[in-house]
Design a protein around this ligand. Structure first.
Ligand SMILES: [Zn+2]
Length: 438
């Protein structure tokens, strides 16, 4: 009896194996198209060093791209053919329940390709205005803001920061009390990462091997960067060219790590690459609509992980003491930063005027000092960023605002933290375009 049971059990197990293999995913009707897209992105990367932000697909595809540099005109012709093919070929999802996701996938591939063609055009010398460029590359346009809007916020800052000197000098003096001493930067960051991770990972299902490492670098136009390496690992670089203020700890830890870029890339890898075999997500072209979603979710993720009250508590109880800063001034500091944050679109205005040739480099620096509260060294760093990344700047603030509005709409009347997390994770796990956030 016992043996027979065992045999029956073994047969059942075997049947299970057979059933499993019979249920292997059907062939992917878009696989060949996706492969051609990835190869085109890698080909553009041979002309533009900033273009391929991440790639963890087959190593030989990269080697082949490096071995034979395809001329830009040829890349464009191939991309045009592929774009037409995607928009005209009907695709039946293997599982009807996935119809929406497959629809998103197809739109995403077509739109990423059109952005690729725009970038190729720019590399060939085509001139676009700031707004034309951001629409072509990021599928969005930053709304124009009047100087009067910034002036109203500056007036409030004037009242909050009394004393001698110009407003930017007073702001600089005020902030000096919140610089993390150099020898404490890493400890503060590690603690911020631990806090962001702890608050993020409860509802996020990521493989056990997920991790990221932190490196400190100099001589960059950005303040932090996440380099996703595949297999659920990221390298995060923190730029130490300029003093690092205490608010950067949580901002960078959440933005680059949890639940920002690291989690976003890891969820795409898990849900779309590993579970579905959608190879196009093994490559991330920086100058593409994907960046608005990436930067927008990374910035919005800061307040998802740390709603304002929770953040102030964590700063006061954990980070300020580790940094050796006066924890009694947490609320004061963040009240001023909240005002300064309302000036963030002044940065887009500076970039728009500068790219469109209405102001020169010095004019852009002066604009950032006057309206966006950037000290001179920071304004100069920012203009270097604009030189390198141009209309990419809109992805941070406009991206965050579009993502927030989308999540709030999806939440309806249920404003619970759990619901917010669920909507946020669903967005991180799907290929939604900026114009699809409506
Ligand atoms: Zn970012």
């Amino acid at each position: 009896m016992r043996n027979r049971t065992r045999l029956a059990g073994a047969l059942a197990l075997l049947a299970g194996v057979v059933t499993l293999s019979a249920q292997a995913p059907p062939p992917d009707p878009l696989h060949a198209v996706a492969e051609r897209y990835v190869r085109l992105v890698l080909a553009v990367g041979q002309h533009d060093a900033d273009y391929v932000d991440a790639f963890y697909g087959p190593a030989e595809w990269r080697q082949q791209a490096e071995a034979g540099k395809i001329p830009l005109a040829e890349i464009d012709a191939r991309a045009a053919a592929l774009e037409a093919e995607i928009t005209t070929t009907g695709v039946t999802p293997p599982n009807p329940r996935d119809a929406e996701l497959w629809g998103l996938r197809r739109q995403y591939l077509a739109r990423q390709l059109s952005a690729l063609r725009s970038r190729v055009g720019m590399l060939q010398g085509k001139k676009l205005t700031f707004d034309e460029e951001s629409m072509a590359l990021y599928d969005a346009v930053s709304p124009p803001k009047a100087e009067a809007e910034f002036a109203a916020v500056l007036k409030q800052l004037e009242a909050r920061l009394p004393g001698d000197g110009t407003l930017i000098e007073r702001y600089d003096r005020f902030k000096a009390a919140f610089i993390i001493p150099k020898n404490r930067v890493d400890r503060v960051f590690q603690e911020a990462i631990r806090g962001c991770r702890q608050r993020s990972m409860g509802l996020i299902d990521l493989p056990i091997q997920e991790r990221f490492s932190v490196e400190y670098v100099t001589g960059k136009s950005w303040s932090g960067y996440n380099w996703y390496q595949g297999d659920f690992k990221s390298l995060i670089q923190v730029n130490t060219d300029l003093p690092i203020y205490i608010d950067r700890a949580i901002d960078l830890a959440c933005h680059e790590g949890y639940p920002g870029h690291h989690v976003y890339n890891a969820l795409l890898e898990k849900n779309l690459v590993k579970d579905r075999g959608w190879i196009e997500f093994t490559v991330y072209p920086l100058f593409s609509p994907q960046s608005l979603i990436a930067e927008g979710t990374a910035n919005y993720g800061i307040e998802v992980a740390f709603p304002p009250a929770a953040r102030l508590r964590f700063e006061q109880d954990v980070l300020f003491p580790i940094a050796g800063l006066d924890a009694a001034r947490v609320a004061d500091y963040y009240a001023v930063l909240e005002l300064v944050d309302r000036l963030s679109y002044a940065g887009n205005e500076a970039a728009r005027r500068y790219i469109d040739g209405q102001i020169d480099r010095e004019g852009a620096v002066a604009w950032l000092e006057k309206y966006a509260m950037y000290t001179r060294p920071r304004a100069e760093q920012r203009v270097r960023f604009i030189d390198q990344y141009r209309s990419y700047v809109i992805n941070y603030n406009l991206g965050k605002d579009l993502i927030r509005a989308y999540i709030e709409r999806r939440m309806g009347r249920d404003k619970s933290p759990d619901r917010r997390w669920r909507e946020f994770i669903a967005l991180l796990s799907s290929p939604r375009l900026p114009s699809g956030l409506k």
